[in-house]
Design a protein around this ligand. Structure first.
Ligand SMILES: *[C@@H]1O[C@H](CO)[C@@H](O)[C@H](O)[C@H]1NC(C)=O
Ligand SMILES: *[C@@H]1O[C@H](CO)[C@@H](O)[C@H](O)[C@H]1NC(C)=O
Ligand SMILES: *[C@@H]1O[C@H](CO)[C@@H](O)[C@H](O)[C@H]1NC(C)=O
Ligand SMILES: *[C@@H]1O[C@H](CO)[C@@H](O)[C@H](O)[C@H]1NC(C)=O
Ligand SMILES: [Mn+2]
Length: 615
């Protein structure tokens, strides 16, 4: 039966107003939002309904979509139409850049009919019955797996790199890489597309091996049939599966992969990714220059509903975190852009996957903290450790990886939040000073009494590596995040005397201009934490209070403290907050904070911090 496939049509640039991006982090506690008003590009030619050449492998006869799974490996074998089992070895594959393997998905890579569904990174949507079936499956797997099944496993994706990257050349002689790719119940075609994409788009001589780490998946197709498929269709030992004897979680699965890896460099991957052009060479080049550099790729977004490969040309993400330890995306400061836009840029934080590290250096740095559970928090800890113990974390504008923006299919036996708290606490016990921990506990009081086991070996590691302290990290790597009580005149919550409300940032996690509010006081720093720095900046978690409309009745705003206007304020004995350049005072009316002429007699212009350091 013929599938009715309607292609998602993308105009060359479609404007997406607000994108909620989820990278390995599901909603609730760790969702982050940002990037308003970005224009996304897709490779958007308009196509007619065309039957997919490989469509035969998706047998949708309206009865049982699970049939897709039951058909593996048979339907996946059919893909390598006419192909004989691959007999060459990984070594032969690496040595001969043009050697035919016998698997047409590798040998003819790049020659697919451009109109196959999903080719060139286009998205796929279904109509009518198929749509219902696809949605049912999507509810279960958090991703449109039916779309994945109709898209060629070896599709091309558009070059999403920054302009100018295509002109760069790389040494032939670079370290080799092992890709460590843990999976748990990943949908077979997503997993295999990740592998094909790696094999097809990585220079052969640099790809030492791909290690798939099965963290005790229960899907039968990921057992023997997967082994058989890999054995039949990839050069011998190029793609190997390691099976964890019991469920260990992503962190320990990655460690296991690292232990078994043989390349000079290890690249940690996720099981639902597609790599872009020349993705690996920029990473290896940085490591070749300095083995203590830990380079990260730029993540593009494969849409979970259609598997469309999306990206913002020229826009680069930097990652950060706040005192809740919530991870979010932000922009680079001008002073972080190197000699050229394509140069590496310093990174404060990392995502779980999509980074490369010298294999031996990873060991010297102590790998991951295997006392952590499942996943979550390991990315914070690794980023801190790299910076504090002599390494350097960088974003590489010319290395792009597509990643399906959805939650990991991992389950959290003890509950997601509990696992996060556990892992975060292990990280902060080792790295943060008491004054920093206090801010984390202020937001997550339950963490304070949580027993997270022994961290003495991690502390010993810190000692052995002679790592710097967290204050250094905050001052040098992530100065955007306010240490409320450092170098300040006053801090805590900022209470208005007339209304008895507190200044509030509504938990806004970005440095672009936003509104300042007043709300009932709860005194939690994340939204009601402010400080008046010695420098005169009036700061909140990640922003400063600024006056953009210099008129009576203008509303004060929040904006980045480093790249923004850096307005200064004077806090008088009477409690006024005087905006120095305009000589207006911070007042409050029923609509919130407002700028007015100073009037010492108006109690609505009297503000009090909960802590004063110098008076
Ligand atoms: C649907 O496909 C499955 C697997 O190919 C087959 O076993 C089943 O008989 C088919 N059902 C119908 C109604 O065609
Ligand atoms: C942190 O290290 C710096 C040197 O980098 C030192 O000056 C400072 O006193 C240390 N701070 C704490 C709290 O240990
Ligand atoms: C701030 O106000 C005090 C008086 O309350 C004044 O002595 C001081 O000079 C002011 N500071 C600035 C920078 O204007
Ligand atoms: C403030 O109040 C005092 C006494 O209540 C009065 O003398 C003074 O004029 C008032 N100031 C203003 C600016 O209204
Ligand atoms: Mn992922």
């Amino acid at each position: 039966m013929r599938l009715k496939i309607r292609y998602t049509l993308m105009s060359a640039t479609a404007v997406i107003l607000v994108i909620n991006l989820i990278i390995h982090r599901n909603a609730s506690t760790s969702t982050f939002t940002l990037l308003s008003l970005l224009s996304l590009e897709g490779e958007g030619e308009k196509v007619d309904l065309v039957r997919n050449r490989h469509q035969g492998r998706y047998h949708n006869n309206g009865t049982n979509h699970r049939a897709t799974l039951d058909l593996m490996p048979k339907h996946l074998r059919e893909i390598a139409i006419g192909g004989l089992p691959v007999t060459i070895t990984a070594e032969e594959f690496r040595k001969h850049p043009k050697m035919k393997t016998g698997n047409p998905l590798i040998d003819t890579y790049g020659e697919n009919d451009a109109f196959l569904s999903g080719e060139r990174g286009r998205g796929v949507t279904f109509v009518d019955k198929e749509k219902e079936a696809a949605m049912t499956l999507q509810r279960e797997f958090n991703i449109n797996v039916m779309a994945s099944d109709v898209i060629p496993l070896n599709r091309m994706v558009p070059d999403s790199r920054l302009d100018g990257c295509e002109k760069l050349t790389y040494d032939h002689d670079l370290p080799t890489a092992t890709v460590v790719l843990p999976f748990y119940n990943e949908w077979p075609s997503l997993l295999l597309r990740t592998v094909y994409s790696l094999v097809n788009r990585t220079p052969r001589h640099l790809l030492w091996e791909i290690l798939l780490i099965d963290d005790c998946s229960t899907m039968a197709e990921l057992g023997k049939p997967l082994d058989q498929y890999l054995q039949d269709f990839f050069p011998r030992d190029l793609v190997r599966v390691l099976r964890m004897p019991k469920r260990e979680g992503l962190i320990r699965a990655r460690m296991e992969g690292w232990k078994k890896s043989n390349g000079d460099v290890v690249v940690f991957f996720d099981s639902h990714m597609e790599v872009n052009i020349d993705w690996l060479q920029p990473l290896l080049t940085e490591i070749k220059k300095d083995r203590r550099t830990v380079p990260m790729s730029v993540l593009d977004y494969i849409n979970q509903d259609t598997l469309e490969y999306r990206f913002n040309r020229g826009y680069l993400n930097r990652y950060g975190f706040d005192w809740r330890l919530v991870f979010f995306e932000t922009f680079f400061r001008d002073d972080q852009i190197g000699p050229t836009p394509q140069s590496p840029r310093p990174g404060a934080m990392m995502v779980g996957a999509a980074f490369a590290i010298d294999r031996k250096y990873f060991g010297e740095l102590g790998g991951y903290d295997t006392g952590m559970k499942v996943w979550g928090g390991e990315n914070l800890e690794m980023a801190w450790r790299v910076w504090l113990c002599g390494g350097r974390l960088v974003h590489l504008p010319c290395s792009h990886l597509g990643h399906v923006a959805r939650a990991q299919p991992y389950i959290f036996p003890e509950g997601r939040r509990n696992i996060e708290m556990f892992n975060y606490k292990r990280a902060i016990l080792v790295w943060m000073e008491d004054q920093h921990k206090e801010f984390v506990y202020n937001y997550s009081p339950e963490m304070k009494g949580l027993d997270v086991g022994d961290v003495s070996d991690r502390l010993a590691l810190k000692e052995k590596l002679q790592c710097r302290n967290f204050t250094w990290y905050m001052d040098n790597v992530w100065p955007e995040l306010s240490v409320y009580n450092q170098d300040v005149q006053a801090w805590g919550s900022l209470v208005n005397k007339a209304s008895e409300k507190c200044a509030d940032n509504h938990g806004y996690l970005f440095q672009a201009p936003a509104d300042l509010y007043t709300d009932s006081c709860h005194f939690l720093y994340n939204t009601q934490g402010f400080s008046l720095a010695k420098s005169g900046l009036l700061r909140t978690t990640l922003q400063c209070v600024v006056v953009k409309e210099v008129i009576i009745g203008g509303r004060p705003k929040l904006e980045d403290c480093i790249t923004g206007p850096r307005d200064q304020w004077n806090h008088t004995k009477e409690g006024s907050l005087v905006h120095l350049s305009s000589k207006m005072c911070l007042d409050e009316d029923p609509n919130g904070p407002v700028m007015r002429s100073c009037d010492r007699n108006r109690t609505s212009q009297h503000w009090k911090f909960t802590h004063y350091v110098t008076r």
